[in-house]
Design a protein around this ligand. Sequence first.
Ligand SMILES: Nc1ncnc2c1ncn2[C@@H]1O[C@H](COP(=O)(O)OP(=O)(O)OP(=O)(O)O)[C@@H](O)[C@H]1O
Ligand SMILES: [Mg+2]
Length: 266
Amino acid sequence: MNALSQAGAAVDISRLSKTYKTREEDDVVALGNIDVRFEPGSFVAVVGPSGCGKSTLLSLLAGLTGATTGTIAIDGETISKPHPKIGVVFQSDLLLYWRTVIENILLPIEIKRLDVAKYRSRAEELLVQVGLEGFGNKYPSELSGGMRQRVAICRALIQEPGLMLMDEPFGALDALTREQMIMDLQAMWLRLGNTVLFITHGIDEAVFLADRVLVMSPRPGRVDLDLKIDIPRPRQWGRTHEDKAYQGYVRQIRDIFEAKGVLVAH
Ligand SMILES: Nc1ncnc2c1ncn2[C@@H]1O[C@H](COP(=O)(O)OP(=O)(O)OP(=O)(O)O)[C@@H](O)[C@H]1O
Ligand SMILES: [Mg+2]
């Protein structure tokens, strides 16, 4: 087994909903009733229109906000606050500019008052895995956007989370860097074997990366379609796009968005 491989967590989401109370007293029902299980080691993508509750779902899983109804269990354990088995990557890298790359990756270890020296070699190994060998002593300002996002991924992986949550992690990248990051993420996940929840607006990256795509309805978000993606791995970005099965999955998702008025033809 690879030294860095990590067991994927099972996630059980049961009758989950979230309503935000607002000052104007018109409550916002962000998330409807969600019931779903993620198998250990699976790659699940969530696509849905802006405002349908994707980030809300991620915040609930990350334990950053409380549910209005329902429960979330990670490997059978109900969570209500940030859990060490969960790593999070956001759209912007949120690196601290005054800390070096290695110091940024080790931040969660410091916060939890764990032995930083023990985790240093793992941080170095993660940098190698994401193609940033030798960049440990650089500062975020010396890196490109794609490189910074790779560092953010290392920071999420430092505690060997069984579940990695990613909220539109490649949304701010240029097209070529995005394509490379998608390929690299697939390779990394195939090596690590953890469970990934990948939130995106991009139907193409969802179908390309995932074992399963959950298509959410406009607010309040519910799962409209739970689509199993049966394409062999490793998948090649260009070649997979020519695959008839891939094109069929993309069509199915687009059909739903068109039917719901999320995508309108002119
Ligand atoms: N803290 C909050 N207080 C009140 N309303 C909120 C809060 N956070 C989100 N909302 C509302 O909940 C709904 C869902 O928001 P959320 O950020 O989960 O959507 P999203 O699917 O991630 O959208 P996007 O694709 O644009 O990132 C939106 O209507 C939003 O205005
Ligand atoms: Mg969001």
